[in-house]
Design a protein around this ligand. Sequence first.
Ligand SMILES: Nc1ncnc2c1ncn2[C@@H]1O[C@H](COP(=O)(O)OP(=O)(O)OP(=O)(O)O)[C@@H](O)[C@H]1O
Length: 486
Amino acid sequence: MFKKYLSNMVFSAIGGWTVLCVKSLIDVYQSWCGPCKAVLNLLRKLRIDFSDDDVLHFAVAEADNLECLKPFRKSCEPVFLFCVYGKIVAIVRGVNAPLITKTVTDLVLVERKIAAGEQERGEHHCLISDDKFRVPAPDFEEFVEFMMSGPCHVLIITRSLTTGDIPHWKGLDDKSESAESLVNICDVQDSVEDASRQLAFFFPNFNVNEEEHVERTLAIIRPSLLKERRDSIIQRIKDDGFRIAMQKEIMLSEDQVRTFYKEHVDQDYFPVLLDQMTSGPTLVLALTGENAVSHWRNLLGPKTLEEAKENPESLRARYAIDSVPINQLHGSSSAVDAEKELEFFFPEEKTFALIKPDAAKTHKEEIMKRVKQAGFSISKVKEQALTREMAAQFYKDHEGKPFFEDLVNCMTAGPSVVMVLSKENAVEEWRQLMGPTDPEEAKKVSPESIRAQFAHDILSNAVHGSSNPEHAMKSIAFAFGELDAD
Ligand SMILES: Nc1ncnc2c1ncn2[C@@H]1O[C@H](COP(=O)(O)OP(=O)(O)OP(=O)(O)O)[C@@H](O)[C@H]1O
């Protein structure tokens, strides 16, 4: 029973668009191409030739609009169906004028004999009902019961658009006559539209356009591993295809550890964990990559060292530290947890940023574009010519240095663009985007940085950024006259 629904779906893509009937002729066409002009003269001639018989009729129908003509959609090849008393008795594929003429002539001659009483009308063998185009009448109630008789596995099968998943899938049936062929036991759609409808039904959140699923996850490298094998683990992370989007090396306080691991505080291993996590700097990484959460978790392996060691390829086994009884690596357990954990270690931060007068005059648009491309939101922005007092305040740490006077002159030479930028890890990220103080060094070590691309020299070096979150808050208060930049 399942097969009969499948046969409908599997074979319905065979196309054509003209149906010619004896007793009535139906010209079936697809909306995009219209009725066949190439055979129009031939059909006119046939009608004239057999007009006295009054057995040849013509009609026109659009295959796209009639469900029963679904088998004739899609293909560009014309198919001429010859119909006698409601049964398809002959099929001609393509504009084969001699064959169409012969078929009509033969059929009309038979009709003439029957009309003259010289021949009995025989049993017509209907090609459509015997052919695999034909859709047996579906017993819908039975089908519903069958579908409800046990669990189904619903799979999404994807291949690249260039190869086309549906024709390949359907090809599995074409190659096999066996009743056990894949499509005999599976439901499969014959068009992108049908597949989309079923996808929306079973997987409402599935995004067909998202070829790869890029995620973020949090990775923690605990203090002992960081101290002993820092380079090795970072290299391994990169080799496994992750990108390190953000990183922070921090000395965690007991309070921070208790907050981050609040669901573990009652566990017997918590004292060891607390001891380890406060024993030295921890490296916290935001990793991005395809299915980063599960990919990283799978690489880590089991949580306890005993279990991990049964799987010696797991990272927790490979990077275990002999003197420490707990694993040295953490990974978020789900995408939702990853976002919460990232927010814990990389909360949205504000930094103070400034485009210096020289660059504000010549490269303002390009620098603003880079700011936005890097994912900063610009919470506040204004153009302002700094007073000498403001410039001296920004650079008060440099007072007394040989370049201090030049620096204040440079900073007051015209309007600057003064901004508050917001992002996770904003202070550090803006400094990375600026690049090293000296543009010559920037060109070597960070050629994509703003200073490498737009700075004139070490003094007139395009941009300024706060060196830490406290300085940022002070500069924001100073420039915008308020502590809360929102
Ligand atoms: N050796 C130098 N010669 C001339 N100017 C200098 C020199 N060193 C620093 N400066 C100027 O003083 C500014 C502040 O110097 P600092 O060492 O704080 O650099 P920075 O933190 O990279 O830059 P900024 O504080 O502007 O964000 C520099 O941006 C640059 O304009």
